[in-house]
Ligand binder design. Structure first.
Ligand code: UN1
Length: 494
């Protein structure tokens, strides 16, 4: 475990070379800012362009590699990540701040994602259709789209890159990868696993740079063919406008303001456990985190006290300590931003039900349970991306759905109830891309579509069979003048 303060020099990967350079940034442990995790070289637009040129050059060879052979590379990379999960998971925790169990769990999750997309390389890549014309056979064929830019956030520093890079590679694309500046080491570990698994040079290129450097180099003409982005709404919308102007295919996963509705007939203890997990694991830094609780009728009093107990029981501290359940947020600026949002909520009339302070000089934000929140307040509308949960009352399910839908986001939602009809009504009516019944709002399985409605995404879905839609384009092939097409049995059959 990298607790000892060892400092890694992370590097860019372009074509067949690892590239270092003078240190341009420091990567520090958010729980202990004196702990330097990695040093990061700088990058300019010329370097970013050389990465997209390397991906462009590698494209024909990788696209022509049989799909199952591409899958073999991903299977091997998955096995390597499973083997290295403890080591990379501890580094991830030291770099990003989620708990050790979450860090190791995330590396295993990335491995499962690679394994899923490895398996997808043996699935059909097209369909055969009847034609209106006798003697014609029509088929569709999915082909790679080309060079894909993958720009990812720090909060899932290996799972989100894996769920973009794995399908991109499985379906025959080459990749330029820009991870968040806060998590370069975990990003490099993913690239190393893929290279160690036999990925040919240039197929995956890693650039450690600020967003504006790659934005100029990649989204202009001739840079890349597609962009898959997960991150903040402001950056995502700007990249989308630029990418669409350059005729790129674009996919965005942005924020969430995910709510849990609790009905009067819910199992309150189970609801409180799962709401607290959804709100406070990873210190609330998930786009799928629970940030609103909409309590119907009399559920609000027992729920308030059960949730307050869960907050009081959180064990804040060093995320590398196995008992810790509440680690730091990503940096001090994030902590100050979160504190400011809570203060503004209190100024607007919200009340603190419970607050779990965190000792130490790291970037720790207290876990906060708020009450007295109404849906017009900024704390009920804006993404906090921190350990803050706001409770709101509703008189019935209809009002709960109206409150649920009153925000701009629509990523993930949950309802706790023992009434099948209420659960079914909520699942159909709520405007969110993912619905959990009697479960937490966070979490995503690799074989299922993931994505949001409204401002949470760009209509597209990631992972599962949805990924093939984004990472391939379809060609329709008419074969004409075929004597056999349209004949289904021999004329002289008995
Ligand atoms: C999860 O809920 O486990 O950035 C995944 C995010 C989401 C991923 C959530 N795109 O937090």
């Amino acid at each position: 475990m990298s607790r000892d303060g060892s400092v890694v020099a992370v590097r860019h990967r372009i074509g067949d070379s690892w590239i270092d350079g003078p240190m341009a940034a420091e990567d520090r442990n958010p729980a202990r800012p004196s702990d330097l995790v990695a040093v990061v070289p700088g990058a300019d637009a010329a370097l970013a362009r050389s990465a997209s040129a390397a991906a462009r050059a590698a494209r024909p060879g990788w696209a022509r590699t049989p799909a199952l052979a591409r899958g073999e590379v991903l299977f091997r990379a998955a096995a390597l990540l499973f083997e290295r999960a403890e080591k990379i998971g501890a580094e991830l925790t030291r770099e990003e701040g989620k708990t050790l169990a979450e860090g190791v769990g995330e590396v295993r999750r990335a491995a499962s994602i690679l394994r899923y997309f490895a398996g997808q390389t043996s699935e059909p890549i097209g369909e055969v259709y009847a034609s209106v014309t006798l003697g014609t056979r029509v088929s569709t064929l999915r082909q790679p789209i080309g060079v894909v830019a993958v720009i990812t956030p720090w909060n899932f520093p290996i799972a989100i890159p894996a769920w973009k890079i794995a399908p991109a590679l499985a379906y025959g694309n080459t990749v330029v990868f820009k991870p968040a500046s806060a998590t370069p080491l975990t990003a490099m570990r993913l690239v190393e696993a893929l290279l160690d698994a036999g990925l040919p040079p240039g197929v995956l290129n890693l650039i450690l740079a600020s967003g504006d450097v790659v934005e100029d180099a990649w989204l202009g003409s001739g840079g890349v063919d597609a962009l898959s982005f997960t991150g903040s709404e402001g950056v995502g919308r700007r990249l989308q406008a630029r990418a669409l102007a350059g005729h790129l295919r674009v996919q965005l996963e942005l924020g969430g303001k995910n709510a849990v509705v609790v009905a009067e007939d819910a199992d309150v203890e189970r609801a409180a456990d799962l709401i607290a997990r959804g709100a406070f694991s990873s210190a609330g830094q998930k786009c799928t985190a629970t940030s609103r609780v909409i309590a119907i009728g009399a559920s609000i009093d027992p729920l308030r006290s059960s949730l307050a107990q869960r907050v009081a029981r959180l064990l804040p501290g060093d995320p590398l300590a196995p008992t810790t359940t509440l680690g730091p947020v990503i940096d001090e600026a994030a902590r100050d931003r979160i504190d400011g949002m809570v203060q503004r909520a209190l100024d607007a009339g919200a009340r603190i039900v419970e607050r779990r302070e965190v000792p130490g000089d790291g970037a720790f934000a207290p876990a906060v349970l708020l009450d007295g929140v109404d849906s017009s307040m900024p704390i009920a509308r804006l993404e906090v991306f921190g350990p803050v949960l706001a409770m709101m009352p509703a008189s019935d399910l209809d009002e709960a759905i109206r409150i649920h839908d009153s925000v701009e986001y629509g990523l993930s939602a949950a309802i706790f109830t023992s009434d099948l009809a209420a659960a079914d009504t909520f699942a159909h009516a709520a405007r969110a891309g993912i619905i959990h019944i009697n479960g937490e709002t966070a979490g995503a399985e690799p074989h299922l579509p993931f994505g949001g409605m409204k401002a949470s995404s760009s209509w597209s879905r990631e992972q599962g069979r949805s990924a093939v839609e984004f990472y391939t384009q379809t060609k329709t092939i008419y074969v004409e003048g075929l004597p056999g097409a349209g004949l289904f049995e021999s004329d002289d059959a008995p």
